[in-house]
Design a protein around this ligand. Structure first.
Ligand code: HEM
Length: 448
């Protein structure tokens, strides 16, 4: 086979390459390189070289057919990016450790177990709605902040049988700072190593201490409790290595707990925030949603069987994840020279797979810039053109959980409230691993 194609290069400057564009607005830069240079583009951030993948065919060739070449970037001696925060948890680990932990945790995320968690999700949802009611008619809230709290409560209750709501005012800004710092270490090669006491590094360490205190507290409380909770935390504490019979160390448990804690709430919170925002901007879609809810539920909270009947609700969530994917990209390192679609790619470079660009690819989506849930009402093969939860062996472990949780909570909110946007301008996308509504979604509450 001939491998004489050359990967187009994004235009940048001689010295630093594309660093200034990425620092100015990483989300815009990745979109514009796709539009101007095509489905596979290379770019350089000073000394660091990247490839940007924005086509389903390339995803299949890289993440499915060559998953042994496109690896997670975890390096225990020199962690960067998310590994600085999540350590060797399920999102960041690779190889045997990843495989063992994935096998261990999988049963918690099976449908049969998720069903048992529904009542806890409903309680968390009702508590928030009751609090909204106490705020009074016309109260102003920020939907993003509310959804972050709600999904945090859901994840800690369902996975660790505890609540950290009393510490949410410390947790949210700390997690925010950690995610931003993690992104910075990937995109800016000039980030000072952590042992240098810059103000950014000090802030990172302070934030990590706050989150670690919360996580170790959850673990310690459980260790000192005599009762069984039958949740993910029990499972982690009781697990034994198949070969050695050894239990997981405190650090390993911490890494898994912080991984589920963060990956399990920030993402779903983004999905709910974007969806409520989009519904407020599209009254026709909201009206159609309410028609479905009225006819299937007649005012009650949905059961799992009801959720399966809510086809339009699911189409709205799918379209929301297409239009504003809660996780905008996936990152890998190429561990040996390889070829994808005839393009030779070099070992050691980083590969960004843009979920956002693929979800807006005009070859696969008619009028991609329009929010139109109807497109998800007809079944189509969208294997690699729609992948909000990633793909291949590293596909999101929480995908069913997230979808059921979002359907349930969205339904409960829409049944009880109208959300009136306080600002009619379109909300910008902010990228920090995930894609968030910049500044959140400020609204006025109106009881239905
Ligand atoms: C709408 C909500 C969610 C979205 C859009 C989402 C998206 C993703 C994506 C794109 C990946 C793949 C990352 C990659 O390949 O680099 C992923 C992995 C992962 N997600 Fe989610 N996620 C969501 C909810 C959740 C929830 C609720 C949990 C846990 C309760 C969770 C836990 C994880 C974990 C542990 C991984 C790593 C899996 C592995 O590598 O084996 N996610 N998620």
């Amino acid at each position: 086979m001939l491998h004489n194609k050359t990967v187009p290069k994004a235009k940048g400057d001689f010295l630093l390459g594309n660093l200034s564009q990425i620092i100015a607005n990483p989300f815009k830069a990745l979109c514009s390189w796709h539009q101007s240079d095509g489905d596979l583009v290379s770019f350089r951030l000073a000394t660091r070289h990247f490839y940007l993948f924005s086509h389903p065919k390339l995803i299949e060739q890289a993440l499915i057919k060559q998953s042994d070449v496109f690896n997670k970037i975890y390096n225990p001696d020199k962690p960067t990016g998310l590994a600085l925060v999540l350590g060797e948890g399920l999102v960041t680990s690779k190889g045997d450790i990843w495989q063992r932990q994935r096998r261990l945790m999988q049963p918690v995320f099976q449908r049969s177990n998720i069903v048992t968690l529904l009542p806890q999700i409903v309680i968390a949802g009702n508590n928030m709605l009751d609090r909204w009611q106490r705020l009074g008619e016309g109260a102003e809230i920020n939907v993003s902040k509310e959804m972050m709290q709600l999904t945090l409560e859901v994840i800690t209750q369902t996975m660790f049988s505890t609540s950290v709501l009393d510490k949410v005012e410390q947790i949210s800004p700390a997690l925010d700072a950690l995610l931003k710092y993690a992104t910075k270490t990937i995109i800016n090669p000039f980030t000072a190593p952590l042992f240098i006491p810059t103000s950014a590094n000090k802030k990172f360490k302070r934030s990590l201490d706050i989150i670690d205190d919360v996580i170790y507290d959850i673990i310690e409380q459980r260790r000192s409790s005599s009762s069984l909770h039958n949740d993910l935390l029990d499972m982690l504490l009781q697990a034994r290595d198949e070969k050695t019979g050894e239990r997981m160390t405190n650090k390993q448990i911490r890494d898994e707990v912080i991984t589920i804690f963060s990956a399990g709430h920030e993402t779903t919170s983004n999905l709910l925030s974007w969806t409520l925002y989009l519904l407020a901007r599209h009254p026709d879609v909201l009206a159609k949603l309410r028609q479905e809810l009225d006819s299937v539920l007649q005012g009650k909270t949905p059961s799992l069987e009801d959720i399966q009947e809510l086809h339009y609700t699911k189409a709205i969530l799918n379209e929301s994840m297409r239009f504003r994917p809660p996780v905008g990209l996936m990152l890998r390192k190429i561990n040996r020279d390889t070829v994808v679609d005839g393009y030779p790619l070099k070992a050691g470079r980083l590969a960004i797979f843009s979920i956002y660009n693929i979800h807006h690819h005009p070859e696969f989506w008619e009028q991609p810039e329009q929010f139109d849930p109807d497109r998800f009402l007809t079944p189509e093969n969208r294997r690699f053109s729609f992948m909000p939860f990633g793909t291949g062996e590293r596909v999101c472990i929480g995908n069913h959980f997230a979808l059921i949780e979002s359907q349930l909570l969205l339904t409960m909110i829409v049944q009880r409230y109208d959300l009136e946007l306080l600002n009619t301008d379109e909300i910008e996308i902010e990228m920090a691993v995930s894609l968030r509504p910049k500044g959140g979604v400020p609204v006025r509450l109106k009881r239905r």
